[in-house]
Design a protein around this ligand. Structure first.
Ligand code: ATP
Ligand code: MG
Length: 183
């Protein structure tokens, strides 16, 4: 249980508002059932830290500032159902830079003694919870360039879960072959 001295934290890729609007509008036409995730809450978790001492925030921000992963194009076009009715959008193939970012965070968190879920990392964006159906298959395609990652605090409120942004760090523009080859 989180106490006042601990914060429930996770690193994630935020979903830009334009794509979040398009995704929710598409999701709401699919009759998935269950509890829809609020538009402002759409995200892709990179690393779930759980309850952490508030005193650790500085170290976590320092850790995030040291990440040097590339920005990348993200396309979500598969519908999958995980666990107990978590209907999610997922990429048909995870971009290598996304796996590299998740791996880099996991490694750095491990060095701080923070152990992540032992299940293999499966990139997904939850659209609805407790859905009665096992939705699966091709979805509409939603794409954007992931140019930053965020540290969120997750708080349960009477109005549902709320995510507070505690920090945001840029992903680097990858060096292009042409600039490397130019003389
Ligand atoms: P709630 O649990 O209040 O219904 P939520 O699941 O959105 O809402 P959190 O449980 O705080 O809020 O989780 C925040 C994010 O971290 C979500 O994307 C969730 O799927 C993910 N997450 C939670 N627990 C784990 C875990 N053990 N391993 C990996 N990701 C997790
Ligand atoms: Mg949860």
């Amino acid at each position: 249980m989180a106490t006042e001295d601990t914060l429930r934290l996770f690193f994630a890729l935020p979903c830009p508002p334009e794509q979040a609007t398009a995704i929710c509008s598409w999701r709401d036409r699919q009759a998935l059932g269950g509890r829809p995730v609020a538009l402002e809450n759409l995200h892709l978790t990179l690393a779930f830290l759980g309850a952490q001492p508030a005193a650790r925030l500085d170290a976590l921000r320092h850790l995030a500032a040291g990440v040097t992963s590339d920005s990348f194009e993200l396309t979500l076009n598969r519908l999958i159902t995980l666990g107990k009715g978590f209907v999610c959008l997922a990429p048909s193939e995870a971009p290598p830079a996304l796996l590299q970012l998740g791996g880099s965070l996991a490694e750095r968190l491990g060095a701080l003694g923070i152990v992540l879920d032992s299940r293999p990392y499966l990139p997904h964006m939850t659209l609805a919870r407790q859905a009665p159906s096992q939705a699966q298959g091709t979805a509409a395609s939603f794409s954007w360039r992931a140019e930053r990652f965020v540290l969120y605090r997750s708080q349960s409120t009477a109005d549902g879960v709320h995510y507070q942004e505690l920090g945001s760090w840029p992903l680097q523009a990858p060096e292009t072959a042409t600039s490397a080859a130019s003389d």
